[in-house]
Write a protein that binds this ligand. Structure first.
Ligand code: NAG
Ligand code: NAG
Ligand code: NAG
Ligand code: NAG
Ligand code: NAG
Ligand code: NAG
Ligand code: NAG
Length: 477
């Protein structure tokens, strides 16, 4: 009580005021407890009613009675859920420094389902999406941060949303769907999904690059997807989404943004087997190479490029390989230009090829269309080893993934000079499009070794085969 509390002082001030004011605040203070007591008495009277009310309410919301109460409640709850669907930008600029890491910058709030040895993916609706559907908004083709995604329960889709029936594949490609290597890498996990899910085919594809919509695949990829899924891929254009505010939701959607990342070698091989097999059926090429009873048939193909990374002297290169091939019975040399072959011509050519010789470049992606265990010989122009980074080994990788044997590479020691140091990335702009020379001694030795090895292997295989080759069918047919 040492401190002088304001409560003790206050009456003093009141008293001072007393004289000038016409009513008494003291009286008012006395009135308050009286009022409260009166109110409480009233409450006691209505307590019985309150209890009744509470009891009735509990009865109303009890499960047996939900049909009666829910119609209205549900409507208002659905409306609230509908209004609370939040669209986020497909491309999240906060992650532009590591756009491909982890949850990536594409649909960055979502996490992938990862299983040992399997592709990383997201599926909607699913347990992990809490049974919500995927919805998309926007037709932007230049800036992916102006396209949007959201999740919504089927009972509470965003206002004015269109529900698209069937299965939708949503593919993310960090590069593009025209390049056969990058295009194939982006769609492979979808083929794997198809294989794992009773061969279910998509009703449509939605293609994104950096969150921007893309409306077509290159011809090569389009044809292989038509062959694999039994119908030309329908690529969603969202034509009726002209109206800015409109969104679409998908009855069932699968999203992939990590290419083949996470898949084991065995899994990948099965997927390449499936595409190879389907492509051969589609192109009317026999699934299995015919057996030649006079000894193994060895197809060696020089797959040429025109322009960048073509041979400086094609005639000389062809002559070297021809000479070695001619020395071995059953060896046929084929020379082809990838740019003037139709897709089915490429499929057919690869089905007849055991040894593929080609400069580093996207045309080498065709290698997976050869029979398993076939051989690849790759050639680089000058400068790639130091300046090109790990990307230069993609055809070593696809050889391993598709069950082929990469028989090494040759690097041209000659070519244009770069004014910077050898490993300077700026040199790539010079080396990238360099031409490729030849070394007769090296090429001849290399070709001889590979041809003989293939001949030995094929002879052994044919000797061990009894009776007609088993009839094979593709997975998913
Ligand atoms: C359901 O509600 C009705 C009307 O409110 C009531 O008559 C009935 O007893 C309730 N049924 C149950 C099982 O609670
Ligand atoms: C839905 O569409 C109608 C007609 O196009 C429009 O008037 C309305 O504003 C839209 N509602 C929303 C929430 O966008
Ligand atoms: C394959 O053969 C069928 C039937 O003979 C034909 O209709 C189809 O056009 C052929 N496909 C190709 C790619 O040649
Ligand atoms: C290309 O190689 C052939 C055979 O070695 C040779 O005859 C020809 O002169 C060469 N052409 C050029 C342009 O060097
Ligand atoms: C394929 O292309 C090469 C080079 O462009 C050309 O020399 C050749 O005649 C073409 N072949 C066919 C069958 O069109
Ligand atoms: C490929 O080669 C491996 C090892 O030589 C062998 O086990 C496998 O059966 C071969 N596969 C095919 C499809 O020929
Ligand atoms: C060609 O290759 C052989 C065998 O690898 C090598 O000894 C020779 O130095 C090479 N020639 C040139 C000009 O690089």
């Amino acid at each position: 009580m040492k401190k002088s509390s304001p409560r003790l002082e206050r009456p003093k001030t009141f008293k001072q005021d007393n004289s000038s004011l016409s009513y008494s605040p003291k009286l008012c203070l006395y009135m308050i407890p009286i009022c409260i007591t009166l109110l409480l008495l009233l409450q006691f009277q209505s307590l019985q009613q309150w209890q009744n009310l509470v009891f009735r309410y509990t009865a109303l919301v009890s499960p047996q009675n939900c049909t009666i109460t829910t119609t209205q409640d549900h409507e208002s709850i659905s409306q609230k859920l509908r209004d609370s669907v939040t669209f986020l930008p497909l491309k999240d600029l906060r992650f532009s420094k590591q756009p491909l890491d982890g949850h990536t910058w594409f649909m960055s709030s979502m996490y992938d389902t990862r299983e040992e040895g399997e592709f990383q993916h997201q599926q909607f609706p699913s347990k992990s999406s809490k049974h919500r559907l995927l919805c998309l908004k926007g037709r932007e083709t230049h800036d992916g941060s102006w396209n949007y995604y959201a999740l919504a329960w089927p009972e509470a889709l965003p206002s004015n949303a269109t529900l698209m029936k069937g299965l939708t594949f949503v593919a993310y490609n960090h590069y593009n769907f025209d390049n056969i290597w990058h295009g194939l890498s982006a769609v492979m996990p979808f083929v794997a999904w198809h294989r794992n899910n009773n061969c279910e085919s998509p009703a449509r594809w939605v293609l994104y690059h950096w969150g921007e919509l893309r409306f077509k695949m290159g011809t090569w990829l389009n044809t292989l997807m038509e062959a694999t899924f039994g119908q030309p891929p329908y690529i969603e254009g969202f034509r009726d989404m002209e109206d800015e505010g409109r969104s679409v939701c998908f009855e069932k959607a699968v999203v992939m943004r990590h290419n083949e990342g996470g898949m084991s070698r065995e899994r990948r091989m099965k997927v390449y087997d499936l595409v190879r097999c389907k492509a051969r059926v589609y192109c009317n090429v026999s699934i299995k190479r015919r057996v030649n009873h006079e000894g193994p048939d060895i197809g060696m193909t020089l797959l040429m490029r025109t322009g960048p990374r073509s041979f400086r002297n094609e005639t000389a290169v062809i002559r070297i390989f021809e000479k070695e091939c001619n020395k071995v019975k059953g060896c046929r040399l084929m020379v082809a230009y990838s740019n003037n072959l139709t897709v089915c011509e490429q499929v057919k050519l690869m089905s007849l090829t055991d040894i593929l010789v080609s400069p580093h470049g996207a045309q080498l992606t065709n290698m997976f269309l050869m029979d398993r265990n076939s051989s690849v010989m790759e050639l680089y122009p000058k400068g790639w080893q130091k300046a090109a980074g790990v990307g230069q080994y993609v055809y070593h990788w696809i050889a391993s993934w598709s069950g082929m044997r990469h028989r090494g590479h040759w690097r041209d020691p000659n070519g244009e000079n770069c004014p910077y140091s050898d490993d300077d990335r700026r040199c790539m702009s010079i080396y990238k499009n360099g031409l490729i020379g030849h070394n007769e001694t090296y090429f001849a030795d290399w070709a001889r070794n590979v041809i003989n090895d293939v001949k030995t292997k094929k002879s052994k295989e044919e000797a061990s085969r009894h009776g007609p080759a088993p009839i094979t069918t593709c997975d998913c047919s």
